[in-house]
Design a protein around this ligand. Structure first.
Ligand code: SF4
Ligand code: SF4
Ligand code: SF4
Length: 179
């Protein structure tokens, strides 16, 4: 089984929000909610400070507290590339998973279930890239199987230094930001 992940180039992201718009359109994300968002952070020390712009979403963690805390099994690691998903019909909207996620990646959909990035599993299983990846005008994203050394994402991570967000939280995120 693949173990999907992303490498995102913080040097080329211009914060255009095309990834955010593409996700909302592709996934019918309701008004007032987002599965992905743009974060900005000043990085470095004076006088070499720079503004890092990042496209963020669920990290599809290898050690996901949102799955272990879910009382119904709605939150699960799917057998389609180890993507962390929510089975809508099994979710009781208790918000335990929202509280457990260090990345604030989840929200309760107006229909009552926990929702978040799905890595566009419906596209990935057709051999397509996720919508946010496909639309990026500066090609910030590389998506693929982290366990395949020949995949584009593995090669991107082998070629540059990279860091996940909030590594100390211990969830083992599968999204890496190229330095
Ligand atoms: Fe769960 Fe949050 Fe990790 Fe996504 S980022 S898998 S919602 S803990
Ligand atoms: Fe599980 Fe739904 Fe509760 Fe989240 S809100 S922990 S997915 S039952
Ligand atoms: Fe949205 Fe799909 Fe990108 Fe996740 S992978 S942020 S669901 S477009």
């Amino acid at each position: 089984m693949a173990r999907f992940g992303m490498a995102i180039d913080t040097r080329t992201c211009v914060g255009c929000m095309d990834c955010v718009v593409a996700c909302k359109t592709e996934n019918g994300v309701p008004e007032g909610f987002n599965r992905d968002w743009i974060a900005t952070e000043s990085v470095g020390t004076f006088p070499t400070l720079h503004m890092e712009i990042r496209s963020e979403r669920c990290n599809h963690c290898d050690n996901p507290p949102c799955v272990t805390c879910c009382p119904t099994g709605a939150s699960h690691v799917s057998d389609r590339g180890a993507i962390v998903l929510v089975t809508h019909g099994e979710c009781i909207g208790c918000k335990a998973c929202l509280a457990s996620c260090p990345y604030d990646a989840r929200f309760v959909h107006p229909e009552g279930y926990a929702d978040k990035c799905t890595f566009c599993v419906h596209r990935v299983q057709e051999g397509l890239d996720p919508a946010c990846v496909a639309v990026c005008p500066t090609h910030c994203f590389t998506f693929g199987d982290l366990d395949d050394p020949a995949s584009a994402v593995s090669r991107a991570l082998a070629s540059r230094k990279a860091h996940p967000l909030l590594a100390a939280a211990g969830t083992r995120p599968r999204i890496f930001y190229l330095d």
